[in-house]
Structures are given as C-alpha cells and as structure tokens.
Design a protein around this ligand. Structure first.
Ligand SMILES: NC(=O)c1ccc[n+]([C@@H]2O[C@H](COP(=O)([O-])OP(=O)(O)OC[C@H]3O[C@@H](n4cnc5c(N)ncnc54)[C@H](OP(=O)(O)O)[C@@H]3O)[C@@H](O)[C@H]2O)c1
Length: 240
C-alpha cells in the first residue's frame, strides 16, 4: 500500500470525484478526513473507508465557512495525525452567459471554487511547511485552461484557481511542499446534470479515472514533480 501512514483530507468527498479520490487513497492505506455539506453522504463514504480497514473522519460543513478550514484541519491533526495531502475538490458548476449571470452568482461560484481552496491551502500549508513536506492538490478543470462560452463564472473561477496553484508551486517549493492540479474534461457526475453539454453520457470519463491521477500525484518519487495533469475525454479534441 503506497500511502500507508499518510493522512489526507478531501473536500467534496460525499460523491463524484471527491468520493472516488477518498476511497482510492484509503485503499492505498491513507487515513482520510472527509468534508462536504451532506452529512449522510459523508457518513456513507466514511463507512466504506472503514470497511476497507482504514480510518475515516467525517467533517460535515460548507467549505466557504470562514472557520471550517482551521477547525477541520485541527480535528484532522488530533484524530488522524498531521496532514500529508489536502485535496481541494469541492466545486460548483454554472452554465449561464456572462451578461445574464447576476454578480451574486459569480460571487457564489468564486467563493466555492476559488476563495475556499485559497483559504484551505493557506491553512494546510502552515503545518506542511513546519514538517517540510506535503501535497496541496486542487481539482481544476479544462475550464481553467480555455474558454467555454456559457460558462463565464465557472471558467473565471478555475482560471483564478490555476493562477494560485502555479504561484504557490513556486512559493512553497523551498519548503518541501508540492502544489499540483488535475484538470479534467467531462466526468460522469452530478455536477453537470442538466447542463447542455451533458447530452451524451457514454462519452464521459468516470470519477475513478480522475482518482487514478490523484494517486499518481500522491505517490511520485521525491525527486520528481508533476505540476498539472490534464485529462480529457478520448472523444474530445487533443490539446492544441
Ligand atoms: N464532473 C466534471 O465533468 C468535472 C470536470 C472538471 C472538473 N471538475 C471538478 O471536479 C470537482 C468535483 O466535481 P464533481 O463532478 O465530483 O461534482 P459533484 O458530483 O457535484 O460533487 C461535488 C462535491 O462537492 C461538495 N460541495 C459542493 N459545494 C460545497 C460546499 N460549498 N461546501 C462543501 N462541499 C461542497 C458536494 O457535497 P455537498 O453538496 O453535500 O456539499 C459534493 O460532495 C469540482 O471542483 C469540479 O469543478 C468536474
């Protein structure tokens, strides 16, 4: 098991990609703290992790809550041990033309997809810097790399997130802390349900495809670093 003795915290771990990453890390022996608003979904994932023989800690809450990051990280440290891996995965999607999107909606998407990862990374980085090691992993999106008409708020939030990830990768390297992102294309989860693009489900990736990349980033040899993994649907166009 490649992550035995490690402690990870995954936001948005109740379903979709976050759930699969949490389970994949647990299968590799990691203890996993789980954050999302739906306590019942977190409880179910925690039970699955315990059934795998690993330790889980469900921490229900909203990632945008000002106090949650500090409190959740403190509880994780006390109950599971010092944090080795933070996965900023919780996110929301919005499909609406820019001129038709109220500014309050922009703020909501920015709060969850950008400000929350900013706060959680700042909080988690302190302990990692003290220990001279750690991984801050963010689940971004293809929408953090290129424009998608009709997804202004989502694209802006993921571009902002990628800017932050890139700067932190420079700033934290000297402290031994890794900062990486996974930028997936369409994945078959609830996030895109109802979205225009979601018409042909069969062409979409599965959450476990993204979890594989999260395992890869968490198990790199110390001499190697990967800044971003871009994963597209095979049916989508290759990178320009
Ligand atoms: N699905 C895709 O095609 C796709 C593609 C590229 C990138 N991504 C990114 O991958 C990440 C996960 O997406 P997904 O597809 O797995 O979405 P999902 O199936 O909708 O799951 C989202 C998870 O995040 C949690 N969450 C949402 N808002 C939250 C908040 N304010 N506080 C705490 N938890 C919150 C949800 O739980 P609660 O609602 O219970 O809080 C849920 O557990 C997102 O960052 C998304 O942008 C997804």
């Amino acid at each position: 098991m490649r992550l035995s003795g490690k402690t990870a915290l995954v936001t948005g771990a109740g379903r979709g990609i976050g759930r699969e990453i949490a389970l994949a890390y647990a299968r590799e022996g990691s203890r996993v703290a789980l954050v999302a608003r739906s306590a019942d979904e977190l409880g179910a994932v925690a039970s699955e992790i315990e059934a795998l023989g690993s330790q889980a800690l469900a921490l229900p809450g909203d990632v945008t809550d000002q106090d949650l990051a500090a409190n959740a990280l403190q509880r994780t440290q006390v109950e599971l041990g010092p944090l080795d891996i933070l996965v900023n995965n919780a996110g929301v999607f919005l499909e609406r033309p820019v001129l038709e999107t109220p500014l309050e909606e922009f703020d909501r998407v920015m709060d969850v997809n950008f400000r929350a990862p900013l706060r959680w990374m700042r909080e988690a980085a302190r302990g990692m810097i003290d220990r001279g090691q750690g991984l801050l992993l963010s689940i971004s999106s293809q929408a953090g790399r290129r424009p998608y008409p009709g997804q202004g708020a989502y694209c802006a939030s993921k571009h902002a997130l990628m800017g932050l990830v890139r700067v932190l990768a420079w700033e934290l390297r000297e402290h031994g802390v890794r900062v990486s992102a996974i930028s997936p294309g369409g994945v078959d989860t609830d996030l895109l349900a109802g979205a225009h693009e979601y018409a042909d489900k069969s062409a979409y990736m599965q959450p476990e495809d993204i979890a594989e990349a999260a395992i890869y980033l968490a198990t790199l040899p110390p001499r190697a670093a990967v800044d971003e993994i871009v994963i597209r649907r095979f049916a989508a166009d290759p990178l320009p």
